[in-house]
Design a protein around this ligand. Sequence first.
Ligand code: TRP
Length: 358
Amino acid sequence: MEKIILTGDRPTGRLHIGHYVGSLKRRVELQNSGEFDKIYIMIADAQALTDNFDNPEKVRQNIMQVALDYLAVGLDPEKVTIFIQSQVPELTELSFYYMNLVTVSRLQRNPTVKNEIVMRNFETSIPVGFFTYPISQASDITAFKATTVPVGEDQLPMIEQAREIVRKFNQTYQKDVLVEPEAVIPSNEICKRLPGTDGSAKMSKSLGNCIYLADTAEELRTKVMSMYTDPNHIKVTDPGSLEGNAVFTYLDAFCRPEHFAQFWPEYESLDALKEHYQRGGLGDVKVKKFLYAIMDSELAPIRERRLAWEKRIPEIIEILRKGSAEAERVAAQTLSEVKQAMKIDYFNDEEWLREQMQ
Ligand code: TRP
């Protein structure tokens, strides 16, 4: 069986380092592994509209930002197909048929949907489009017969829902048309959910605690130097705590052994650094400078690639246009198989045509 990746992001803002360690970095590794026959990366504008229907301008403004972020992290348009969800209408048609295979109570039990309903104050009036977006996400995945979906951990319930739809479809229509996808999530626990720079559980634009891939070196420095640490670590000599200390959480996510030789040879390992911090005698500023050096070494090439691509916008438009056309061809093929399995493909159905003539 072919190995196919599909994944995507909602274009509601520029992508940040939570996206990067949670999924983008892995996508680039998978792309470069050469193990996949096809890789599709989707800008999920239609899904973004399910909770931003009254703000299409925001979605529209962020299409290019997300495309730039993709190219900046090293996704290579020669190796992956980048496309825009709304430009593939077959996805919507698939969703309509999949809706028959999912119950309202199943959607209500979807943990991601449940959370998001609370976050968006939708409790009293949930837009139907929003409520059914897991079904639309199943269409995104299955239209490309994706076997592998690299995503953040919060997306696991979405992939599970897609798997259920695949099983139900193949069983109901007695044909193995659809392929059950598997999620790929980060193996490093810290990378599954990188906290904001203020130490709060989630990096989010509304909380103003994000480090963006597009941030300049100066912005990065300012954000790192004002990160939340241990509020009781007041004097350098005080013992410091690692618990909830965002600087150390980020070090867990970004620091590799070679960074010590490169940026801070007085220490041999992250464990040695943590030990000194907890013992007392190590100030936050020094640790933050080290974190900045590490993060800048990882983010500088991304920033530079972004600046280079910003000068090539017409090419990016072509990449998106061609990618969307290719995605549509593939989705149309799956849709025709789906309709055939459901026996609603009348004009190509010899049996149906013959029956009418009798
Ligand atoms: N729900 C994903 C997010 O919020 C975006 C998305 C839409 C997606 N369709 C997808 C991810 C299909 C993986 C596969 O980030």
